[in-house]
Design a protein around this ligand. Structure first.
Ligand SMILES: [Zn+2]
Length: 139
């Protein structure tokens, strides 16, 4: 079973909100304030989860008997791209640098315990996906 299906199978009231994204009730607080747990599957099979209710991700995972490693289909490995690189290392570093800036801005909001929007969460998932794609171009 894939990581996303394992996770969704442990969450109550999981509902797909768009391709690759779901909202579910938090197993810790049942999302009583109407703030769900959002789950996103990236194109490379990684699963991202954020509890908008404010519960810690580890606490949510503990509540359903899963661990962070359950969010990955396979152990993360570094491998050469099967395709010929079409971008220079500088181009790839530019992409990674820009995406890391996005991650840093959203992470600073999280650190300051400011609420992040569903759109911010989707942008964070996109940044993670783009960094993964850039990584796959590197030999
Ligand atoms: Zn919660």
């Amino acid at each position: 079973m894939s990581a996303i299906h394992t996770l969704l199978g442990h969450l109550d009231r999981a509902k797909q909100t768009k391709p690759g994204s779901w909202a579910a009730a938090c197993p810790c607080c049942q999302s009583r304030l109407g703030r769900p747990v959002l789950v996103t599957e990236t194109n490379d099979g990684r699963v991202l989860m954020h509890a908008f209710c404010g519960c810690e991700t580890k606490t949510v995972l503990d509540a359903i008997g899963l661990t962070f490693t359950d969010l990955f289909d396979a152990p993360l490995t570094f491998h050469a791209s099967p395709t010929k690189a079409r971008f220079s290392a500088r181009d790839l570093l530019e992409v990674i640098s820009k995406e890391m800036s996005v991650v840093a801005v959203i992470a600073s909001d999280l650190l300051a315990r400011r609420a992040i929007s569903v759109e911010d969460w989707a942008r964070l998932a996109l940044a993670t996906q783009r960094i993964g794609v850039a990584r796959d171009y590197v030999r």
